[in-house]
Design a protein around this ligand. Structure first.
Ligand SMILES: NC(=O)C1=CN([C@@H]2O[C@H](COP(=O)(O)OP(=O)(O)OC[C@H]3O[C@@H](n4cnc5c(N)ncnc54)[C@H](OP(=O)(O)O)[C@@H]3O)[C@@H](O)[C@H]2O)C=CC1
Ligand SMILES: O=C1O[C@H](COP(=O)(O)O)[C@@H](O)[C@H](O)[C@H]1O
Length: 492
C-alpha cells in the first residue's frame, strides 16, 4: 500500500519565521520520505506582495541547510503557490477558494484540506469564520486546522479562542500544536512507563520521593521579544510544555494506547492538580528575571523589552497532584532563559530503602553509610536517553556501597535521522492522529492552574533582576526543595 498522503495545505502566515524555519523544511522531509508525492499542494498566504517565483526562492532558501538534491528541491517547490492578502479582508477568501479548487482538481487532492494558522492568535477567529462563511471547507474530504501557540493568555481568553474555532471546526478537527509532544523522548515516556513492569509498579507515592522536570535554555528571548515580554516563562513554558509532560508522567494507564483513551487519562491527571491559594503561590512558586553579566545585557535592557518589565524569565515551582497515586509527592518544575545550558531532562527520584542494613557498626570503617536514592533520568535533549542511578558494592575488600550509573543513549545516527518535532506532528495531522496534540480540556485545566499563580504575581511587585546568566536561576529555587529535604538532581 502506498504511504502517500493527499492534501492541500493552506499556510496562513506563509512569509513568517515559523513557516520558513520549521514548516517548509518539515514538509520537504515528508516529501523526501515519500509521505508527500505528486498529490499535494501548498498555498502560502500573507500580506506581502510576493509572486510564485519569489515564493519558490524562499522555499528553496529555507531548505538550504538540508543539503538536498537541487532537482528534488525544485520539484518540491513547484507545488507551492503564493496568494497575497490580508486575512481580515473577506475578498481574500473568494480568491483563496478559487485557487484551492483549481489546485484540488490539478493535483487530485480529493477535497483533503489542512489549514495551518502560523499567525498571531488574534487572527484565528476571523480566519475560521471566513473559511466557513466563504465555503472553503470541503464536503468530500477532510478539513483540519492546525493552531500554533500561544492558545490564549489565560483561561478566559483561551475559551473565547476555542469558542471561535469550534464555531467552524469540531474538536476532532482542531490540532493544537505543542512541539514538545513531537519530541522523541517525550513520546518515550509512555513506552517506558507502560512497557516495563519494573516501573509501573513503582510509579506511585509509595516508592517515588519527588519528580523534577527541567526545561533549561541558554539563550535569551532573541527575535521573539515582543511576544515574550507579554508572556513570561510561566505562560510560555509551564502552562503548555511542562504541564503536558507532567500529565504524561502522572496519568493512569490508558485502556488502549489511542488518542481518546490517552486524552481521558491526561485530563484526569490535570484535573487533579492542586489549585493554590494566593498565600500558597508565594510559598510554592518562585519567579526570576536575569541580570547583566559581562557582554550579556540584563533582560530589561534587551531590544524591544520594556525597561521596567516585571516579566518572569525564570520560574520554579512545586506542583502537587491530589489523587490516590500521587498524594504527597512533590513535582518540582523549572524553566528559564539565560540559564547554565540548553537541555531538557526529567528526574524521577525514588525513596531510599526503609532500612539501611549496611549502615552497621561492623562496617563503619569502610562503609559509605548513606544509600543514595535511586534516580531514573529521562534525557530529552540534547542527549536522548536514560540514566539510572543505583547503589552497588565498591569493588574490593570490605563492604562499602557506592552510587553507580547505568546509561543508555539513543544511537547518534538514528537520532540524527529521526524526524524533528514539526515533521512528526505534520505527519500525524495528515494521518488524522491528534494523540500528540493538546485537546481543549487539557488546555483549560492547565490555564486554570496557571492563572492563580499569574494573578498573584501580577498583584505583587517582584524584586528583579534576581539571577545571574549562566546559573540555574535564583537561590530561592534551591530553597524551594531544601525546605522539603530535597535538592535538584541537576546542579550547574
Ligand atoms: N517562530 C517560532 O519559532 C514560533 C512561533 N509560534 C507561533 O506561531 C505564530 C507565527 O509566528 P512567527 O512565524 O514567528 O511570526 P511572524 O511575525 O514571523 O509571522 C507572522 C505572519 O503573519 C502574517 N500576517 C500578519 N498580519 C497579517 C494579516 N493581517 N493578514 C495576513 N497575514 C498577516 C505575516 O506576513 P505579512 O507581514 O507579509 O502579512 C507573517 O507571515 C505565532 O502565533 C507564534 O506565537 C509558536 C512557536 C514558535
Ligand atoms: O515554545 C517555546 O519553546 C522554545 C524552546 O523549545 P525547544 O524545543 O528549543 O526546547 C522556547 O525558546 C520558546 O520561548 C517557547 O515559546
Amino acid at each position: 500500500m502506498s504511504k502517500e498522503k493527499i492534501a492541500l495545505f493552506t499556510i496562513f502566515g506563509g512569509t513568517g519565521d515559523l513557516a520558513q524555519r520549521k514548516l517548509y523544511p518539515s514538509l520537504f522531509k515528508l516529501y523526501q520520505k515519500g509521505y508527500l508525492q505528486d498529490h499535494f499542494a501548498v498555498i502560502g498566504t500573507a500580506r506581502r506582495p510576493w509572486t510564485d517565483e519569489h515564493y519558490h526562492e524562499i522555499i528553496t532558501d529555507s531548505l538550504a541547510s538540508l543539503d538536498a538534491d537541487a532537482e528534488k528541491v525544485k520539484a518540491f517547490a513547484s507545488h507551492f503557490y503564493y496568494q497575497s492578502h490580508d486575512v481580515t479582508d473577506a475578498q481574500h477568501y473568494v480568491t483563496l477558494k478559487r485557487l484551492s479548487e483549481t489546485l484540488d482538481a490539478q493535483y487530485g487532492l480529493q477535497g483533503n484540506r489542512i489549514f495551518y494558522l502560523a499567525m498571531a492568535p488574534n487572527f484565528f477567529g476571523t480566519i475560521a469564520q471566513h473559511l466557513k462563511s466563504e465555503n472553503i471547507l470541503t464536503n468530500n474530504g477532510f478539513n483540519r486546522v492546525i493552531i500554533e501557540k500561544p492558545f490564549g493568555h489565560d483561561f478566559e481568553s483561551a475559551k473565547v479562542l476555542n469558542d471561535e474555532l469550534t464555531a467552524t471546526f469540531d474538536e476532532n478537527q482542531v490540532y493544537r500544536i505543542d512541539h514538545y509532544l513531537g519530541k522523541e523522548m517525550i513520546q518515550n515516556i509512555s513506552a517506558i512507563r507502560f512497557g516495563n513492569n519494573i516501573w509501573e509498579f513503582l510509579w506511585n507515592n509509595r516508592y517515588i520521593s519527588n519528580v523534577q522536570i527541567t526545561l533549561s535554555e541558554k539563550l535569551g528571548v532573541e527575535e521573539r521579544a515582543v511576544y515574550y515580554d507579554n508572556s513570561g516563562a510561566l505562560r510560555d513554558m509551564v502552562q503548555n510544555h511542562i504541564l503536558q509532560i507532567l500529565s504524561l508522567l502522572t496519568m493512569d494507564q490508558p485502556v488502549e494506547f489511542t488518542e481518546n483513551d490517552i486524552n481521558i487519562e491526561k485530563v484526569k491527571a490535570l484535573r487533579s492538580l492542586r489549585p493554590y491559594t494566593p498565600a500558597e503561590v508565594a510559598d510554592n512558586f518562585v519567579r526570576g528575571q536575569y541580570a547583566a553579566d559581562g557582554d550579556i545585557k540584563d533582560y530589561r535592557s534587551e531590544d524591544k523589552i520594556s525597561p521596567d518589565s516585571n516579566t518572569d524569565t525564570f520560574v520554579a515551582g512545586k506542583v502537587m497532584i491530589d489523587n490516590f497515586r500521587w498524594s504527597g509527592v512533590p513535582f518540582y518544575v523549572r524553566t528559564g532563559k539565560r540559564l547554565a545550558d540548553k537541555f531538557t531532562r526529567i528526574d524521577v527520584v525514588f525513596k531510599r530503602p526503609i532500612v539501611n542494613i549496611f549502615n552497621h557498626d561492623n562496617n563503619a570503617s569502610d562503609s559509605t553509610n548513606e544509600l543514595a536514592p535511586n534516580v531514573l533520568t529521562i534525557n530529552v535533549e540534547p542527549t536522548e536517553g536514560f540514566e539510572l542511578r543505583m547503589n552497588a558494592k565498591c569493588v574490593g575488600q570490605g563492604f562499602a556501597t557506592t552510587p553507580i550509573q547505568l546509561d543508555y543513549d539513543h544511537d547518534s545516527e538514528a537520532t540524527a535521522n529521526s524526524p524533528e518535532a514539526y515533521e512528526r506532528l505534520l505527519h500525524d495531522a495528515l494521518n488524522g492522529d491528534a494523540t500528540n496534540f493538546t485537546h481543549w480540556q487539557e488546555v483549560a485545566y492547565s490555564w486554570k492552574f496557571v492563572d492563580v499563580i499569574q494573578k498573584y504575581w501580577d498583584e505583587h511587585t517582584p524584586d528583579f533582576p534576581n539571577y545571574r546568566p549562566g546559573t540555574m536561576g535564583p537561590a530561592a529555587s534551591d530553597e524551594l526543595l531544601k525546605r522539603d529535604g530535597n535538592e535538584w538532581v541537576y546542579k550547574e
